[in-house]
Design a protein around this ligand. Structure first.
Ligand SMILES: N[C@@H](CCC(=O)N[C@@H](CS)C(=O)NCC(=O)O)C(=O)O
Length: 254
């Protein structure tokens, strides 16, 4: 199966968040003092398709931080220019908090752990904490075949989908990680009774497994159900389903 890259989108003005950057003219950046006083914001793109946006958003919700969503359209040149003012990587998600600009999901996760230590984004115990950091890092930098051949699409459901062979080792590795964590820490979340950054990192994998009807061992099916039942996840999915825009390449019949 060819690798699917979400490059072309139907032009869309995003109305899903409280604030939209997908508009003209480009904004002039506020001076540093004013910026420090502005509200905490998280820059996101599509709730239906952007798995990294979902990860960042869940992390902020788990941390209990109050924030505004800034929605950007990845294919809109003006919006991308504005996004560059927020995130030098021109990627979402990007967190702006009290003068700090934080891009890349793992950087956001560790920043939130630093400013909200009581949120338990990392397990309390040293060895579990090292384990949690490791599986999060693995998710952040790996699983390219899984990500490209089973793109997140919360509106879609493909029963009996035939998974491309190249993605199978990635799926097996996720199953191994989840099974190990659920056995070691007793579930229902990966590191036990409390949600950690690992649950945010793997949440879009759970949605992909459901979207593409990936056959899983019982414990992993149970974990997918746990992820989908989180109130934050239900709120995100409901908002995603209301988004008008579609990426044709990702809505193809497999
Ligand atoms: N691991 C990276 C991945 C971020 C990423 O690739 N985000 C995608 C959206 S899901 C993006 O912004 N793409 C826009 C682009 O590449 O132009 C991070 O956490 O920053």
């Amino acid at each position: 199966m060819p690798v699917v890259t979400p490059t072309k989108r139907k032009p869309a003005v995003r109305k899903t968040g409280p604030v939209s950057l997908a508009r003209k003219p480009a904004r002039v950046p506020a001076p540093p003092a004013a910026r420090a006083a502005t509200a905490t914001t998280l820059t996101l793109s599509s709730k239906n398709y952007s798995s990294w946006s979902l990860r960042g958003w869940l992390l902020l919700r788990f941390a209990g931080l109050d924030f505004k969503e800034l929605m950007v359209a990845a294919d809109d040149a003006d919006a991308r220019r504005e996004l560059l003012l927020l995130a030098p990587s021109i990627r979402v998600p990007c967190l702006s908090h009290e003068g700090a600009k934080v891009w890349n999901v793992m950087a956001i996760a560790y920043y939130l752990d630093e400013i909200c230590p009581g949120a338990g984004l990392l397990p309390a115990e040293r060895i579990a904490r090292a384990h949690c950091r490791s599986v999060c890092g693995e998710m952040n930098s790996g699983f390219a075949n899984l990500r490209s051949s089973l793109p997140m699409n919360l509106k879609a459901h493909h029963p009996g989908h035939k998974v491309w062979g190249g993605a199978l080792p990635d799926i097996e590795r996720v199953v191994e990680i989840w099974t190990d964590c659920l056995q070691k820490y007793g579930g229902p979340f990966l590191f036990g009774a409390r949600r950690t950054m690992a649950d945010a990192m793997f949440a879009p994998v759970a949605t992909r497994f459901l979207t593409y009807d990936v056959k899983l061992p019982e414990a992993c099916r149970g974990y997918c159900a746990t992820v989908m039942a989180m109130p934050e996840m239900q709120a995100w999915v409901a908002a995603a389903k209301l988004e008008p825009d579609e990426i044709e390449e990702l809505d193809m019949d497999f």
